[in-house]
Design a binder for this molecule. Structure first.
Ligand code: AKG
Ligand code: FE2
Length: 272
């Protein structure tokens, strides 16, 4: 894609799919997730507990092995399961992945070569088909610890900031993926509410009631991509999680990116 194509596509659809240039950074994420799972399983295992140690023996990064480990931790050691989640998000492997040449080159074009900042990032682990964390329709926002209310309630346009969303396992209808409303970013920032999410989650999450006008005008697109691709999308693009329908693990990473030249950055700079 030429620079012009990238800008045109982003303007029209609100998202782009990029192929990764670095093939090993994705595997690093799985390796680190597996190491943490081994660590937490190890500290919960006893000599009698053969099942745990059998799983631990395998240094296997395939779907089934990872699913078994995460599932066991979730069911039997919920606290350690959330510790794993918190630690994985802090691992340098995600920054390493976000520095992928194709991702950075595309962000540089979108930010008109000004500069690129990663404001926040996280790795998510979703166990299909339960999905503890399936998000309803929403637009993305910055949520910094120093903000005294959620970033969703500040008057920030977000129209010139971007999310990079990467599945480290394939993303499709079977294991779960993301759905977008093409072109919905062009309708600007919409009012969200915090409410109980009806989509298989116990906690309250932000939710957007998509106006009929947008539903009518924008095509729904379910993103089905391989683990060597990422989606870069406008933080104003309306999107949601599509939970999977078969058993497995979906590991994804997201990062919110901005630039000093962007309006969003200028509005949020006092909260940094
Ligand atoms: O991973 C997903 O299903 C969607 C993630 C998302 O929308 C977000 O983290 O803002
Ligand atoms: Fe999102």
């Amino acid at each position: 894609m030429t620079n012009e194509d990238i800008l045109k596509k982003m303007k029209k659809y609100g998202y782009l799919i990029v192929n990764h240039s670095n093939k090993s950074s994705r595997k690093n994420v799985l390796t680190q997730a597996n190491r943490l799972a081994n660590f937490f399983l190890q500290r919960n295992s006893t000599k009698k507990d053969k099942k745990l140690t059998n799983i631990l023996d395998k240094n296997n990064l395939d779907q089934k092995s990872l699913f078994n480990k995460f599932n066991l931790l979730k069911l039997k050691h919920a606290k350690d399961s959330s510790r794993l989640y918190n630690m994985l998000g802090r691992d340098v492997c995600l920054s390493d992945h976000h520095n992928d040449k194709n991702i950075i080159d595309t962000l540089n074009i979108l930010f008109k070569k000004k500069n690129v900042f990663n404001v926040a990032q996280q790795i998510r682990i979703d166990l299909s088909p339960q999905y503890h964390h399936a998000l309803a329709w929403h637009q993305d926002h910055f949520d910094l610890p120093s903000m005294n209310k959620s970033g969703i309630f500040y008057n920030i346009s977000y129209r010139d900031s971007y999310t990079v969303w990467s599945p480290f396992t394939d993303a499709n209808k079977s294991i779960g993926t993301m759905e977008v409303l093409e072109g919905s970013h062009n309708f600007g920032r919409l009012k969200h509410e915090y409410k109980k999410n009806k989509v298989r989650t116990k906690s309250a999450y932000l939710e957007l009631k998509v106006p009929d006008k947008i539903k009518k005008k924008c095509k729904n697109k379910i993103i089905e991509i391989s683990n060597s691709q990422s989606v870069i999308f406008s933080m104003n693009l309306i999107h949601r999680t599509i939970p999977g329908n078969s058993e497995g693990v979906r590991l994804t990473g997201w990062g919110r990116f901005t630039s000093t030249a962007s309006e969003s950055f200028n509005k949020m700079v006092n909260y940094i």
